[in-house]
Design a protein around this ligand. Sequence first.
Ligand code: C6P
Length: 402
Amino acid sequence: MIDTNKIRKMFRVYENNPNLVYLDSAASALKPDFVNQKVYEFNSFNGVNVHRGVYELSYEATNMYEDARQKVANFINSPFDSVVFTRGASDALNLVALSYGMQNIKPGDEIVTSLLEHHSSHMPWFNVAKKKGAIIKYIPLDENNMITVENFKSVLTDKTKVVAITYVSNVMGYVSPIKEIIRLAHKKNAIVSLDAAQAVPHMKIDVKDLDCDFLSFSGHKMCAPFGVGVLYGKKELLDIMEPVEFGGDMADTVMMDNQTYKDAPYKFETGTPMVSEVIGLGYACDFLNSIGIEEIERHENMLALEAKRRLSQIKGVTVYNMKATTGVIAFNIDGVHPHDAASVFDKNNVCIRAGHHCAQLITRHLGVLGTLRASFYMYNDLKDVDRLVESAKEAVEFFGQF
Ligand code: C6P
């Protein structure tokens, strides 16, 4: 059981904002003092560069940086050298498309994706398709706007080379039937690039069990600092991929007529990396492990279910994702622009997101300008649900719809 009173004491933002109802963790999670403190300690008592210095402090920094790689690898059950540090999920998703995609996609090849994608999952492949003369195919959504295996099968062909798909939708909170999709894609010799930005912070991920080829996520959504993310890639794929950025630290030999690169993952980590952020990400994994990722998942699902049950009973509120099993709620105050509606929540110190959430394909598909989104994490409780529901009622009354 999650003890939210205890957990909130670990997040100092609540000290200054005891009334805060933070329901925007799908955008960014709050940062626990434990992680902040570790980052502060590294910067204060070390603070030097990695992989370069031939002195004790630099060896120590390198060890801390590489320990973080091991912690991240353990967190997703990956081999150590399959973990590439990036600036975030967007950076990781772009790296797959720019490297693997530009190297391997040919005219007429098919790239399967979905209307539930975040722009950072879909747009890099749209760009590859445009440049290479490939075809983008969208998995049709079912009547609940979910991805189904049957619908995936309807667009999978012998020409499919890549499946670029979200694990959990940031707008709808739906979990895609990933394991079966990966199995079917592999039968066609297609690779699968999974956008797990909304999955890794909230559910147990095992890349070996999933057998995905690539998996991308961000640190800041899982209690780590901003500016760091991860690309997991199967080593045999990372090995054949060309780097897309060149320069410091990734080079092996540089001559006037030739240049060679370090092995993966280092050939993809050009220049001075985000040392303190990576170290913070390692400690964020420790932090999430100490709470228990399954507990976190159970807790936020419980809160979202209760909130959806109550929101859907309010006349003038539409909930779009009753079937979701994660901590994300997509809803609107009927007839009110989401940005206008969100101002009522903001007045009550209830932080939610409003708009298209960088996922315009699905907002267009829903036929709305945008949605309101509340998203839960380990520090939220039933009182937050009360405040969310009260604010929704107030918004309905305020805008005088009913
Ligand atoms: N979504 C939100 O929904 P970055 O910004 O690189 O850390 O993560 C990009 C990203 C990729 N995929 C999914 C499914 C995502 O949800 C996100 C980020 C945020 O509020 C910001 S748009």
